[in-house]
Design a protein around this ligand. Structure first.
Ligand code: ATP
Ligand code: MG
Length: 342
């Protein structure tokens, strides 16, 4: 049952902000979203991670009632996105939905108009606009017309506009893509603060480190399907905390180097065809010392070595097995993540 308090519709399901079952969206013969299940606990930050074209935006659009699912169902705080879309719309905020802001008006004017449309008084609208512009580092640009804004500034104004009435559930579609590092970490702080003050956030990202910084749980989607779901730690355990990249001086020693790596690290390394680079997951970057000693003992000189955080590419390679032939490690780590599903 929906309760009405001061004209505000409140969530009627305390536990789950999002429950999606078997969501499907087909464009022509392209199954852009192909049976997606998602469960987002109220009060958490949930990350949907995936490469270009994976179906992230399409999934969010269905949850936000902007697109009608072709199959499956979804509930937002217990309300069906199709049958109760009018209620759902009052429980959510979506960045990007204010793309039709007036280009000739200033940032302040745009925010005041949105506040007024949402029913805030004149003085409160003004105060809210000033506060939000300050929070998003836009105070200096407040009087400039929007048509002179950079892409990053628009993105920040977008998020500011969606926060005028802080909704219980906020969808952020790639909130930090194209932002400079300082603005990016400001955005992260803002997102954390939103959750501290009672909102739930579902964000999409192509960046593993962003999901790592923010999300309590992550769904990895690939070609319209959830290929892994779990906490950040579970995801990382499946790919190793670090990733080793190595080239040997003498190409004839590649196989020997691989065997040494596999033995010392207890993993399956792989060789990329271009430039004969060996890559391997590492549970612990510190193990590189043991490896270097073993390579020296085997008389294998190196031309290059680095230990890095796993990239999204590597996570994908590990989880989906794309491009990795007969790698049993990969199959089992994917299964572990599956088992971590709730
Ligand atoms: N309105 C549309 N009409 C036809 N095809 C679409 C439409 N919207 C999306 N698609 C297709 O659906 C697939 C998923 O697109 P979607 O925008 O959901 O991906 P995404 O994960 O958000 O990617 P990105 O990281 O590039 O934003 C893509 O193949 C895309 O071309
Ligand atoms: Mg997208």
């Amino acid at each position: 049952m929906t309760r009405m308090i001061n004209d505000q519709i409140t969530p009627n399901n305390g536990d789950w902000a999002v429950e999606a079952n078997g969501l499907v969206k087909v464009f022509g013969d392209n199954r852009a979203v192909d049976g997606v299940d998602l469960k987002v606990r109220a009060g958490s930050i949930y990350g949907v991670l995936g490469p270009n074209g994976a179906g992230k935006t399409t999934t969010i659009s269905m949850l936000a009632t902007l697109l009608r699912p072709d199959a499956g169902s979804a509930r937002i705080f217990g309300h069906d996105v199709v049958k109760e879309s009018h209620i759902v719309r009052q429980l959510i905020g979506v960045t990007g939905q204010y793309a039709s802001v007036d280009e000739s008006l200033s940032a302040t004017e745009n925010l005041i108009i949105f506040s007024r449309l949402l029913g805030l008084g004149r003085a409160e609208s003004k105060r809210k606009a000033a506060d939000l512009l300050e929070e998003f580092g836009l105070t200096e640009a407040a009087k400039r017309p929007l048509k002179n804004f950079s892409g990053g500034m628009r993105r920040r104004l977008d998020l500011a506009a969606s926060l005028i009435s802080q909704p219980p559930l906020i969808f952020l579609d790639e909130p930090t893509t194209g932002l400079d590092p300082r603005t990016r970490s400001q955005m992260w702080d803002t997102i954390r603060r939103l959750v501290k003050t009672g909102s739930t956030v579902l964000l999409t990202t192509q960046y593993l480190d962003e999901a790592d910084q923010l999300a309590d749980r992550i769904a990895v989607i690939d070609r319209g399907k959830v290929v892994a779901e779990g906490t950040v730690d579970e995801l990382k355990m499946s790919v190793g905390n670090s990733s080793l990249h190595l080239r040997v001086l003498n190409p004839g020693q590649i196989e020997l180097a691989r065997r040494t790596i596999d033995q010392v690290l207890g993993v399956h390394s792989s060789v990329s065809s271009e430039a004969a680079k060996i890559t391997a997951p590492m549970a612990d970057a510190d193990r590189v010392t043991d490896l270097l000693i073993a390579l020296r003992a085997a008389d294998i000189p190196l031309s290059e070595i680095s230990v890095q955080k796993p990239t999204l590419d590597e996570v994908f390679l590990t989880i989906t097995g794309h491009g990795v032939q007969g790698d049993t490690t990969n199959a089992s780590s994917s299964k572990e993540l599956e088992e971590a599903k709730v």
